[in-house]
Design a protein around this ligand. Sequence first.
Ligand code: GRF
Length: 227
Amino acid sequence: MARLRVGVLISGRGSNLQALITACSAEAYPAEIALVISSRAEAPGVGVAAASGIPVAVIPNRDRRAFAAEAQPRLCERRVALVCLAGFMRILDANFVEAWRDRMVNIHPSLLPSFRGLHAQRQALAAGVRFAGCTVHFVRPELDCGPIIAQAVVPVHPDDDEARLSERILETEHRLYPLAVRLIAEGRVRVVPGVAEQVEIMNARIPDISALNPRDCPGEPLASKPG
Ligand code: GRF
């Protein structure tokens, strides 16, 4: 069966790109990366793509419409069927996003709809949540919005700082993104039309566990208040 042709848009490090490349290197994986577009020539992700022999286009244009006008023909030339945003740090032109409706996905380091925008992990720590995580969703013109395909939960540890929490979330991103792309490539993901725009996934195994953080454990009881 033909593999789904994926275009990946990046601006930086490219670790999620690498995770997708690694997944695609397995013969049984139903997708392949046909093109990487970077908004920055100096992005380390450009080297990640080049090292795997994947064609790379650098489109540094900051103007949204001009970026779209350059990106669209390149994606079409490479017969891309799914666009994956992976650390892409530009706001996209709304018409471009609409043109790729339900064929463009993003990964965000929070349990959306909480903590949209920049520094999601910092926002999570500031809010004192006990669980953070990451989300893969279809892209809509509003920032970090759109039907949710898959999420992973990551506990917040008492000694977490932004770097430690980000690292733990990132490891999970590297598992979640290839999984979500695989489900799409297998034709198992469908946006249910309606107000909430929920996503239906065929033949998915859903965990039936609930996690507690903190977990109750034997040991020192909490000190009782004096007086
Ligand atoms: C990831 O945390 C991703 O969730 C966010 O940007 C970061 C990109 O990291 N959208 P990388 O470039 O994939 O390493």
